[in-house]
Ligand binder design. Sequence first.
Ligand code: IPE
Ligand code: IPE
Ligand code: MG
Length: 227
Amino acid sequence: MSGEGQRARHVAIIMDGNGRWAKRKHLPRAMGHQRGVEAVRELVRSLESTGLECLTLYAFSSENWKRPDDEVDDLMNLMRKFIKSDLPEFIANNVRLKILGNWKGLAPDIVAMLEDALEQTSKGTRTLAVALNYGSQQEIVRAAKAAIDLGEITVDTLEMHLDTADMPPLDLLIRTSGEVRLSNFLLWQAAYAEMLFVDTLWPDFTPAHLEQALENFANRERRYGGR
Ligand code: IPE
Ligand code: IPE
Ligand code: MG
């Protein structure tokens, strides 16, 4: 593309590196997660200025239950606190919340808080999608089952039943912390997404880093198998 380059509509981020951030600073792991939430807050505040229609964040994977109970508890409590403290800001800033994954399998009080937050933000114009208790393989299996119930599995019928069905196609997938893997995130949706792996640990990731990533994306040549 010429001129300013292409603009992304939908960016997803694997927010990784909270534990290593804390370790480097000789702080408890929980502090890394807390600073990770603060990075999320700043990013959501900048959503309007990014021009993105949709930002998707991987917050808790279906495999993260394997972590020690106290860490899982910390993460769930941070989630409770974050929804409570930031919901008014979401509403004021026209952020429409969306949740991906098997979130109804979370604790009942969190499910109730999320249902309320979804309802209260339903008129928002920019989407913040949070993947909670999310695993892409499980999502694809769920979608395939739903597609079979309606007749047959094709690329279109399966896609219609993914959690992301009503979202724009994924343009750019970012992972922080230097790991180069997808960890069961958006496997289907990433088929033709551009990827960016950055060394920054999640608590250090700022709106300026996202801006930089969008500039990087603007200059990518996407081919989709053509030429
Ligand atoms: C990401 O940070 C947060 C979650 C997965 C919930 P990590 O906790 O995975 O941090 P590292 O990878 O151990 O540094
Ligand atoms: C992926 O990070 C999940 C989230 C960021 C929520 P992990 O830290 O759980 O991934 P692995 O275990 O390093 O692959
Ligand atoms: Mg990690």
